[in-house]
Ligand binder design. Structure first.
Ligand SMILES: [Zn+2]
Length: 448
């Protein structure tokens, strides 16, 4: 059981997507991979005897956060983000909702989606300047604040990307029921709630924070994800990626359910693992989102210290994973990712085969390479965006390639964008050798 949860936890910060062929915008339909619980801990809306919902221009709210490995409390400015008493500005956040209830019934024949209760808007009271920790309002304020911060920082660096407003969905109740046959051949229904994760859903442009669960709390994951700024910022990073390269809708790439693929290899008769181009694109999306949070949040806000499954491994500044494994893109790392043979992976012993782990390795190595010619976060964001634009512009050409070649060519495109920034070619090649020794780059081969 323990192993089960550790493996599943690796899906934390997963990108989920809808069925690109569907025109209906049904939230959560066709999304896979999350954590499940029988004892979800739904946060509640705080009961307030409210006298005024008219906010002054200068709005401050105190936030309960988890920074640098410990809980803290800080006042933040919400001017412009609260309209009437709602957390929405129409530019960055379209609406902030909670309390949605759905059931997804999965059977071998068909999946059914049942809406039980619609979402309600989170409404704030002007009498207060803080909400209790663990309430719906507190969670919504935290997530909204760091999403808007990431948006503002990103926009100061990159001006030509149109980022559509998102829906922020706090702690919906999503009950997944699987219809299965028991040992006697009878059909039975097994139900559990989606918990302990944060999702970006391109289909309806929403960021969802799922509730925490008692099971995960017992296992040591005690932090609420909405108290960790990096998580809200990371999910918004997926939205920015989608704004630059809307592949999940336009190009029918399917869902990002890598873990499912990993445990159910395509070639079942031989049990071989098959890596697809989608897996690489997902890892790129993950690396991008990690880097967005790293460059748009302050140093004291972006850490993952003390958070099970994220600490060290998902710290972009760390050259190693939690178990000391290197993040440098070596030949053996590439070999491991493309291997036919499946490696086991857990939070304590991460495998490069897991998309978030390859993403974390790429985020570190890409940052290191950019560090060797600039320390400007804005400049790094511009290079990163130029690279994703290149992925989109050349997608037709790239998608003809075999997955490994796709990886090599697209990473080479990133490296070459950086090499142009060096006045001295040898110096550039040295930097490439330090972060991406596993790739052979034209013009650098002598130096390598
Ligand atoms: Zn992610």
């Amino acid at each position: 059981m323990k192993q089960f949860f550790f493996v599943i936890l690796l899906s934390v910060l997963v990108v989920a997507c809808g069925d690109p062929s569907s025109n209906r915008k049904v939230p959560f339909e066709n999304i896979t991979v999350t954590n499940y619980s029988n004892v979800p801990l739904f946060p509640e809306s705080q009961i307030v005897d409210c006298h005024s919902r008219n906010f002054a221009d200068n709005i401050q709210f105190g936030l309960h956060l988890f920074l640098n490995g410990k809980s803290t409390f800080e006042y933040m400015n919400f001017s412009g983000l609260i309209h009437l008493s709602l957390i929405e500005d129409g530019q960055i956040i379209a609406r902030t909702v909670y309390g949605e209830k759905v059931e997804i019934i999965r059977s071998p024949i068909q999946d059914r989606y049942i809406g039980i209760e619609g979402p309600k808007k989170v409404s704030l009271c002007a009498d207060l300047d803080q909400y209790e920790q663990g309430t719906i309002e507190s969670a919504a304020l935290n997530a909204a604040y760091f999403i808007s911060k990431t948006n503002a920082k990103f926009k100061t660096a990159v001006k030509d990307i149109n980022i559509r407003p998102i829906t922020l969905n706090i702690s919906p109740s999503i009950l997944q029921s699987n219809i299965v046959e028991n040992y006697a051949g009878e059909k039975i229904k097994e139900s559990s709630y989606w918990t302990d994760n944060a999702l970006y859903t391109p289909l309806n442009e929403s960021i969802t924070f799922l509730p925490h669960s008692q099971e995960m709390r017992k296992m040591g994951l005690t932090v609420n994800f909405w108290e960790v700024p990096m998580i809200a910022s990371h999910e918004y990073g997926h939205h920015i990626y989608q704004a630059i390269f809307p592949h999940s809708r336009g190009l029918s790439l399917g869902c990002f359910d890598h873990l499912k693929k990993k445990t159910k290899p395509k070639n079942k008769s031989y049990g071989f693992r098959v890596v697809s181009m989608d897996d690489i694109m997902t890892a790129y999306n993950e690396a991008f989102a990690d880097l967005i949070s790293y460059y748009t949040l302050e140093e004291h806000e972006r850490g993952v210290e003390g958070i099970m499954c994220l600490k060290v491994t998902r710290d972009v500044g760390s050259s190693v994973m939690i178990n000391g494994k290197s993040k440098v893109i070596t030949k053996s790392l590439i070999h491991s990712f493309f291997s036919f043979f499946e490696e086991s992976s857990s939070c304590d012993y991460p495998s490069y085969q897991e998309v978030h782990i390859l993403g974390a390795s790429l985020a570190f190595s890409m940052d290191q390479l950019m560090n060797s010619h600039t320390s400007s976060k804005e400049e790094k964001l511009r290079i990163l965006v130029a690279w994703v634009k290149d992925l989109k512009a050349n997608h037709k050409k790239y998608k003809e390639l075999l997955p490994r070649k796709y990886f090599e060519n697209t990473m080479t495109a990133f490296i070459e964008m950086n090499l142009k920034q060096f006045h001295d070619q040898d110096q550039g090649c040295e930097a490439v050798k330090a972060s991406f020794p596993g790739l052979e780059i034209n013009g650098c081969s002598n130096g390598l």
